[in-house]
Design a protein around this ligand. Structure first.
Ligand code: OAD
Length: 239
């Protein structure tokens, strides 16, 4: 890419573990979001149709928490890496911490907490702090405003663009994700088949750890900055 120091194309897949040390809960760890809430109630279209107020209360609280936290050293290290190479971050996270750390090329495959969408016509706008079941879409007038997040049973966003990125990657890096959710847990195999080197950075081994060429275990705020520095010192060549 013009203006970048190195030609390598790096694709990062990030998950909730990357934002954990900023103070946002992961989903499947002990005490995680899905141990406190039933996925069917708050993260499916059926749950929303059944009880939109419950769903709004859940996402309003997550949005309020997001306003109180800051990017951590792992987000910042990835923003620094973007300055020297062609880096794309595919994130499953609905927070905006990558952007606040300074990353520009962020693809939110599971949507964004700070965006609202009309369930009826697909119109999108920046979400206010609180959404409610009484809100009305400014375009079609329907009373079916929802957080712009992808729920179980729905198709993640930007899959074509993601596929292109995986096919063109020199290095694929998975950070802070359990590999429990499809299709994100298939990206490592896609990138590898297309010729990328692959590495997993996570607090602990995951159910898809065997798919990666290399691993680093530890908290993201410790292992990501170290790995980024090492990678840059090696001229972005990884093995
Ligand atoms: P999970 O909660 O499934 O996994 C978080 C991963 O991060 C686990 O493997 C943890 O070991 C690891 N982890 C925790 N703390 C960490 C830390 N400080 N440093 C590094 N790693 C750490 O979250 P995701 O994999 O992101 O989707 O979950 C994927 C999707 O499932 C989410 O986007 C969400 C959820 O249901 C939807 O809501 C559609």
């Amino acid at each position: 890419m013009i203006g970048r120091q190195f030609q390598s194309r790096i694709v990062v897949l990030s998950g909730a573990g990357l934002s954990a040390e900023s103070g946002l809960s992961t989903f499947r760890d002990a005490g995680g979001v899905w141990s406190r809430y039933d996925i069917r109630d708050v993260a499916t279209p059926e749950g929303f149709l059944r009880d939109p107020s419950l769903v709004h209360t859940f996402y309003n609280a997550r949005r309020m928490k997001l306003r109180q936290v800051k990017p951590n050293a792992a987000h910042c290290a990835l923003a620094k890496l973007e300055d020297v190479c062609e880096l794309a971050i595919i994130t499953q996270n609905v927070d905006d911490l990558h952007e606040r750390a300074g990353s520009h090329n962020v693809i939110h495959m599971h949507g964004e907490l700070l965006s609202a969408i009309c369930h009826n016509c697909g119109h999108r706008w920046p979400s206010p702090d609180e959404l409610s079941a009484d809100d009305i879409c400014g375009r079609c007038g329907a009373q079916s405003v929802r957080p712009d997040v992808v729920w179980f049973g729905e198709i993640p966003y930007h899959l074509e663009r993601i596929n292109d990125l995986l096919l063109g990657a020199d290095l694929f890096v998975s950070i802070g994700t359990s590999g429990a959710v499809s299709p994100a847990n298939t990206f490592v195999s896609q990138a590898k088949s297309a010729g990328a080197k692959t590495i997993e950075l996570n607090l602990e081994s995951t159910e898809i750890s065997d798919c990666f060429d290399d691993h680093r275990l530890g908290p993201a705020t410790e292992i990501v900055p170290v790995w980024v520095d090492e990678l840059m010192a090696r001229g972005l060549h990884w093995r």
